[in-house]
Design a protein around this ligand. Structure first.
Ligand SMILES: C[S@@+](CC[C@H](N)C(=O)[O-])C[C@H]1O[C@@H](n2cnc3c(N)ncnc32)[C@H](O)[C@@H]1O
Length: 152
């Protein structure tokens, strides 16, 4: 599985512990984050790789992963639509993309506040479909968050 925007590596660490049979590639664009995560995950040996990668231009072949996920990353990416297409490209047929992110109620006025990179759920649905995902489940709660599972 592939993590995009792993930050300090907390999620990758939890998953590596919970699923000892999984091989995991944790990636981030920021060199400092990559170094921090590499240190945190070193104890898992070869089944966990940590690499620098831009979610909008991934250095992986088509269909390389069963699962890709990004938590609170897409609104930082800027061109998150391209990242959605890239995630689909590197997933095998039937693989899954899992996203959790913030969506701002003022996403149609993106100049306001620190959540400037956020986007609306309709735009997200459209990007998921345009990228070629066949099914998606989108969940929202009371706050400005969503979680999504999409199947390639
Ligand atoms: C809010 S942090 C989330 C980190 C982690 N997923 C978590 O939940 O703790 C966003 C991360 O996305 C990374 N990021 C931003 N743009 C990126 C890009 N184009 N490709 C890969 N990572 C990116 C940042 O470096 C940062 O580590």
């Amino acid at each position: 599985m592939l993590e995009l925007g792993c930050g300090n590596g907390f999620e990758a660490e939890a998953l590596a512990e919970r699923f000892p049979g999984w091989r995991l590639t944790a990636t981030d664009f920021d060199r400092g984050m990559v170094a921090a995560t590499a240190g945190r995950l070193a104890r898992f040996g070869e089944r966990v790789r940590v690499e620098r990668a831009d979610a909008t231009a991934l250095p992986y072949e088509d269909g390389s992963f069963d699962l890709a996920f990004a938590v609170f990353v897409w609104h930082h990416v800027g061109i998150w639509r391209e990242a959605t297409f890239e995630a689909r490209r590197v997933l095998r047929e039937g693989g899954s993309l899992v996203l959790a992110d913030v969506r701002h109620p003022l996403a149609h006025e993106p100049d306001r506040g620190i959540l400037a990179g956020t986007y609306g759920l309709e735009a997200l649905r459209r990007a998921i479909a345009d990228a070629g995902f066949r099914r998606m489940r989108l969940g929202t709660g009371a706050g400005p968050w969503y979680r999504l599972v999409a199947q390639a």
